[in-house]
Design a protein around this ligand. Structure first.
Ligand code: PLP
Length: 456
């Protein structure tokens, strides 16, 4: 273990991590993960932990699932990777067929990339070029939600509204029109927050309809913001507005997709069929970096034909975007196996019982003086830690409590990650009820222990 820690400290720069603290941290529980087994992760000392955050929200069926392992091995026996530039590949064709089948009805075409951020990057460039191809080049402005998170590339950061992550890069970003999150707890005016946000979007779009190209939302819940859930009907109202003004709706289902919210996609809860949908994380069951941007036939058609500049070998309507590993064969094979497993394992049918179990367990925190809000959307959970529940008063030094509580949970053999002062839990949708119960009891027990004065 020590050798691995030293080698890590010597060379690896970890994402979203203050490296000074990481290197100086003497604790090593759960630090170096060497294996996974079902819903558990195993560290270099052989200690086992429940994977309470689905290995950053992507694992669906557990680790080392034979159906997915076998699919990857099977593909490895043929070829690991071939390009989609100028060629097609069997796994990418099979996966596209399945995605068109399971996503909302407007979505007919699949553009592959390799992370949630690139799926968003593709969507925003497609939206912009779609209108340009239609002869409306001034439409390149986006509406997004404050506290939203869409990834860490410059385009997706431009659409993001989390100041801690995004404000430092302001000089590099394009301008986006931000509206408030409709989450009631984070809106001082309370229940009518959603109406106010909808009215604001209406105002923006009507003020210069010829300039806006798309509204982007994380449907139902803004994950990275601290699992900020949206009131029922909000997504549907946004969809209605985008139709009213002929603006595209981009649904970023990178976090919410593939069973997290209790349905295959969050959009299904409100019968919404977006123009563009971003998928990543759970797409490959949490195995390999595969992402996809799904587009409507109408959008796709606007990219076909167009005038060629033969001398320059340029077609003005072509979508000039792609990545080396776009449509990677191993990743697509894993994703096909994962989607087939969702269907064959009865995972969706088993979800309501798990969602109810989470609800029931978390109700024990309802009166905790340091729990400001407990938010749940299906299998996505955020527990907001505050100085005083009654006064709705947060801790002034943000980030510390969430991190300390998640750290403390390791002693109970649980791995979770905070979102600021929100303790986030995101179990794999396939997690069995016994493990889920142990996970929830462990997190609730940790929060209670943390706030017992004698233990502080
Ligand atoms: C809603 C949403 N969009 C995009 C992303 C970015 O995905 P990735 O980290 O794979 O780039 C995330 C990651 O958490 C996300 O939650």
């Amino acid at each position: 273990m020590r050798r691995l820690v030293e080698a890590d400290n010597a060379c690896v720069w970890h994402p979203f991590t203050q490296m000074r603290r990481w290197i100086d941290d003497p604790r090593d529980e759960g630090r170096v993960i060497v294996a996974g087994d079902g819903f558990e992760l195993i560290d270099a000392r052989g200690r086992r932990y429940i994977d309470g955050f689905s290995s950053l929200w992507c694992n669906l069926h557990g680790h080392r699932v034979s159906q997915i392992d076998d699919a990857i091995r099977g593909q490895l026996g043929k070829v690991a990777h071939t390009t989609l530039l100028g060629h097609a590949s069997q796994p990418s064709i099979e996966l596209a067929g399945r995605l068109v089948k399971i996503t909302p009805e407007t979505l007919k075409k699949v553009f592959y990339s390799d992370s949630g951020a690139t799926a968003v990057e593709v969507a925003l460039k497609m939206a912009c070029q779609y209108f340009r191809n239609l002869g409306q080049p001034k439409r390149f402005r986006f509406v997004a939600l404050r506290h939203g998170y869409h990834g860490d590339t410059i385009g997706s950061v431009s659409l993001g509204g989390i100041d801690t992550f995004h404000s430092i890069f302001k000089p590099l970003l394009f301008e986006t029109a931000f509206v408030d999150s409709p989450n009631p707890y984070h809106n001082p005016s309370g229940d009518d927050a959603a109406d106010r946000v909808i009215a604001r979007i209406d105002e923006l779009l009507s003020s210069c309809p010829e300039e806006y190209c798309a509204v982007i939302v994380e449907p139902l819940v803004q994950g990275a913001a601290g699992m900020l859930t949206h009131p029922a009907g909000f997504l549907r109202s946004v969809r209605d507005l985008t139709r009213k003004y002929g603006v595209l709706l981009i649904a970023d289902e990178v976090a919410t997709g593939f069973c997290r919210t209790g349905k295959m996609f969050a959009c299904e809860h409100e019968g919404v069929s977006p123009d563009l949908m971003c998928l990543g994380k759970g797409l490959s069951g949490g195995y390999l970096p595969v992402a996809a941007t799904m587009a409507s036939q109408e959008i796709f058609d606007a990219f076909c034909d167009g005038a060629d500049d033969e001398a320059a070998s340029i077609n003005t309507k072509t979508f000039y975007h792609g990545h080396t590993y776009t449509g990677n064969a191993l990743g697509c094979a894993a994703a096909v196996a994962s989607i087939d497993l969702i269907n064959s394992s009865g995972l969706m049918d088993a979800l309501p019982e798990k969602v109810r179990l989470i609800e029931k367990k978390l109700s024990s925190l309802a009166d905790h003086p340091n729990v400001g809000d407990v938010r749940q959307c299906g299998m996505m959970v955020g527990i907001e830690i505050v100085r005083s529940r009654d006064k709705r008063e947060p801790f002034e030094a943000k980030l510390l409590r969430g991190e300390a509580i998640c750290r403390m949970a390791r002693r109970r053999n649980i791995i979770i990650r905070p979102l600021g002062d929100v303790v986030a839990i995101m179990p794999a949708p396939a997690m069995d009820c016994d493990t889920l119960e142990r996970l929830l009891d462990g997190v609730i027990g940790t929060i209670c222990e943390y706030f017992q004065p004698e233990k502080r």
